[in-house]
Design a protein around this ligand. Structure first.
Ligand code: G4P
Length: 524
């Protein structure tokens, strides 16, 4: 049967590296019945090498630099979990992924509280009013006091809090978690092992819990629970869906606590696919015509196939395999011969898909990040950001006879969003810009492995790049002529100014009030 009519939940997990995103993803997929064995997300050992041997850096540094989509069915719903790369260097890709989700899970390590990367990602969610469920992880280890953690979320992120799963003990005293919505106590037969037992309770103050014999740990946890219920809000679906309130689950991804409560909360309360803002109008998910936008392109996902896949989020309509849809940027119709769906461990050709789904479109470099697709309408979805790179290098080639291949490689990898490429108005050597230094290593590695090119990078006396915009073409022209050594163009042909320092950037933007020096550009 077609899954078209089923409701969708399209969400991502945001966190600082090491908070437990991969572990939680695995456990969610297991709880959702999508995989039967943990260990499939962060593939290890031989299996991992077999899967992504082109990406040596990924193995060497033990990070996941590729992101993907995992689709599974839970309680009659289709869940699309969009994975975001964990390493901070890859935040740009992560930001774009967040434009394609309707809600997010924020994972916090109980021993660390809100860390820098979580906060940055949270700000992006807030910009788009994305509702967030908070999962406080690693309660099986010593961490901060639950109240301190909740106060931090409330103060730093300015969110109302509604605890829905509360911890009983922590670290060596961890006895389990109390689900306030279901009045269930999750625990295990043996101490400090994975959750394996659910006890139906007659309320947090009732006899069932008291008779479990946890003594002082239980008494203080229940006291705290009572206090928390008084101090914080009750769960309110509307406030959550509008992004003002975050339900909080305390748990342990490793030991499986709070995972089922989390997915149940998503199933019951996370929003259906939301309307999508376009330049001319807002597109509603229940419109008849198919529309969507590409938030990510990934090349060479599978070395055997050397393919390139564009990830498109469907915003409206009933997508069917074989249909032709217009790539608005070029005006060309593209036939969707073999669109891909991403199942937890595999890919599959998709028959049909609904708003909220993510479809992989195999292509040879014709589809770009930021592209809008429609059944004819000249639509442009907005909000996909590109950030001003903070690291700039001139690219040199060991073997100069391969300049054509080098340019093709840089164009390809720029299209994928790994790097930005700038072409100088003077001189022939291209400049690459990245948000984090690790991306340069990835670039070098991929240029060597996939394009047989040996790239070298040279420092340049510029520290930041920004896009120039002005309503007054004459003023802009004069500025660009005066600064011609520092003017380059990006792949779209838009002018970019390279500043020697933050100071120069501030000085020149103050001195030229009719020109905008933009650190973020919208794609599309
Ligand atoms: P990430 O994707 O957010 O970077 O985090 P990941 O899931 O890889 O978890 C980071 C480390 O934290 C891992 O340990 C993982 O086992 C551990 N961890 C995750 N959830 C919990 C939890 O609930 N309790 C405890 N005690 N640990 C947890 P590692 O030793 O770095 O890696 P590994 O060898 O276990 O893979």
């Amino acid at each position: 049967m077609s899954s078209y009519t089923k409701h969708r939940r399209t969400f991502a997990i945001i966190s600082h590296p090491d908070a437990g995103k991969t572990t939680l993803t695995e456990k969610l997929l297991v709880a959702g019945g999508a995989i039967h064995m943990a260990g499939a997300v962060k593939t290890r050992g031989d299996q991992r090498r077999a899967r992504s041997d082109w990406m040596k850096i990924e193995q060497d540094r033990g990070i996941s630099v590729t992101s993907s989509v995992m689709t599974f069915e839970y309680q009659g719903l289709i869940c699309n979990l969009l994975d975001t790369p964990g390493h901070e260097d890859f935040s740009e890709d992560t930001y774009r992924t967040l434009t394609a989700v309707d809600s997010a899970i924020m994972v916090i390590d109980a021993a660390k509280g809100i860390e820098q990367q979580t906060r940055k990602l949270f700000e992006v969610c807030r910009l788009r009013d994305i509702p967030i469920i908070t999962y406080i992880n690693k309660l099986d280890r010593e961490g901060h006091d639950p109240f301190e953690l909740l106060d931090e979320i409330q103060e730093v992120l300015q969110l109302d809090i509604a605890p829905v799963v509360w911890p009983i003990g922590m670290g060596v005293d961890f006895k389990g978690c109390y689900d306030l919505q279901k009045d269930e106590f999750l625990t295990s037969e043996k101490s400090n092992t994975a959750w394996d037992k659910t006890v139906k309770c007659d309320g947090p103050g009732g006899n069932t819990l008291k008779q479990m014999g946890f003594g002082a740990t239980l008494d203080s946890a229940l006291e705290n629970l009572e206090l928390a219920k008084e101090a914080y809000s009750d769960f309110d679906e509307e406030a959550y869906q509008e992004g003002y309130l975050t339900p909080v689950i305390f748990g342990s991804a490793l030991k499986d606590y709070g995972v089922k409560a989390l997915i149940d909360l998503i199933a019951a309360h996370a929003p259906d696919p939301r309307p999508s803002p376009a330049a001319s109008r807002i597109v509603q998910p229940d419109e008849d015509k198919v529309t969507g936008f590409v938030f990510k392109v990934q090349a060479n996902m599978d070395k055997n196939h050397r393919d390139r896949v564009a990830f498109m989020r469907l915003c409206s309509g009933h997508f069917k395999r074989g249909m032709k849809i217009k790539q608005v940027r070029t005006g060309k119709d593209i036939m969707m011969h073999s669109p891909i769906m991403f199942l937890a461990q595999d890919r599959e050709i998709v028959g049909d898909a609904a708003p909220g789904d993510v479809i992989g479109i195999p292509n040879h470099g014709t589809v770009r990040v930021g592209d809008t697709f429609s059944e004819g309408e000249d639509l442009r979805f907005t909000g996909l950001p590109v950030f001003a790179p903070e690291i700039l290098r001139r690219v040199r080639l060991g073997d100069t006879t391969r300049i054509k291949q080098m340019r093709a490689a840089l164009e390809d990898l720029a299209e994928e969003g790994l790097i930005q490429v700038f072409k100088p108005s003077l001189g022939a050597n291209w400049i690459v810009g990245v948000v984090g230094i690790l991306q340069l290593d990835v670039l070098k590695d991929r240029a060597r492995n996939e394009y047989r090119i040996d790239l070298q990078f040279e420092g340049i006396p510029y520290e930041l790049a920004c896009w120039l915009k002005s309503d007054d073409p004459k003023t802009l022209d004069t500025f660009m002529t005066n600064q011609r050594n520092a003017i380059v163009t990006d792949r779209a042909g838009d002018p970019v100014f390279l500043a020697k320092s933050e100071w120069e950037y501030n000085y020149l933007s103050d001195k030229n009030p009719d020109i905008k020096f933009l650190k973020v550009k919208e794609l599309g």
